[in-house]
Design a protein around this ligand. Structure first.
Ligand code: SAH
Length: 233
């Protein structure tokens, strides 16, 4: 009898998993508890993060953890950032609908999707080829046709489409790469983690009258930005 009752309770869960669970409730909770409650009130950012199906950007074995308050492995020694960090960095970019954004470190493509929900065009550079291909196919399947991915060393930015209204860097170099400063538009904003190989500070830069001003935001932990030989920038 008890066993039957237990099974009956599990039925909806089993059916949902089999048909591909949508995790909408988890996604909304994530936004309320991890992001809104920590002070991020930018409705564009909150809405974008309610919309993007984070569980489809993580490897299948971590899908059940996709909405938890932590980064997750995505293979090739890389990680998808903690949701709060994605929200915080996006918030600092002060994005407008008609803007063009450059991301360095496509990884899973999740951050690119969040940006693509808000702005017109997203350009993203990834150095690990298989990650770039996987992100491309995830984003394609989900219909994000305003995200453009290039394989290469993002230290150099993506000159062809510059200048960018905003630049977000999700791998950490020891200093701000000069080409990224150059590719920032007048009035543009950049968020980037700079510092040591393990711990860094998140820095916000703004270009005004051709000059770049820098302020520190908080301490963070990102994977290192590497060059084509695998050495840290
Ligand atoms: N934004 C990603 C998380 C990225 S993790 C997401 O939403 O999932 C950092 C990524 O930066 C990794 O995928 C790593 O391979 C990439 N990376 C490291 N050095 C790089 C470089 N020089 N140019 C471009 N990408 C780089």
């Amino acid at each position: 009898m008890y066993r039957f009752f237990f099974l009956l309770c599990l039925m909806p869960l089993i059916t949902l998993t089999a048909t591909g669970q949508d995790y909408q409730a988890e996604r909304h909770n994530m936004v309320d508890q991890q992001i809104r409650n920590r002070g991020i009130r930018n409705s564009q950012v909150l809405e974008a993060m309610r919309n993007v199906k984070r569980h489809l950007f993580v490897p299948e074995q971590y899908r059940h953890l996709a909405y938890s308050d932590r980064p997750l492995p995505i293979g090739h020694q890389q990680t998808i950032s903690q949701p709060y960090i994605v929200a915080l960095m996006t918030d600092y970019l002060e994005l407008k609908e008609d803007e063009k954004v450059l991301e360095i470190g496509t990884g899973s493509g999740y951050q690119a999707a969040v940006l693509a929900e808000i702005v017109d065009q997203v350009y993203s550079v990834e150095i690990v080829e298989p990650l770039a291909h996987r992100a491309q196919s995830t984003l394609g399947e989900l219909g994000y046709d305003n995200v453009h991915i290039r394989i290469g060393d993002g230290y150099k930015g993506w000159q062809e489409h510059a200048p960018y209204d905003a630049i977000i860097v999700t791998a950490s170099p020891s200093d701000v790469p000069p080409p990224l400063k150059e590719q920032l538009a007048e009035g543009g904003r950049m968020v980037i983690p700079v510092g040591g190989p393990v711990f860094q500070k998140l820095v916000l830069l703004r270009k005004k009258d051709g000059k770049v001003k820098q302020t520190d935001v908080t301490s963070v932990r990102f994977v290192p930005m590497i060059d084509e030989e695998g050495d840290r920038h």
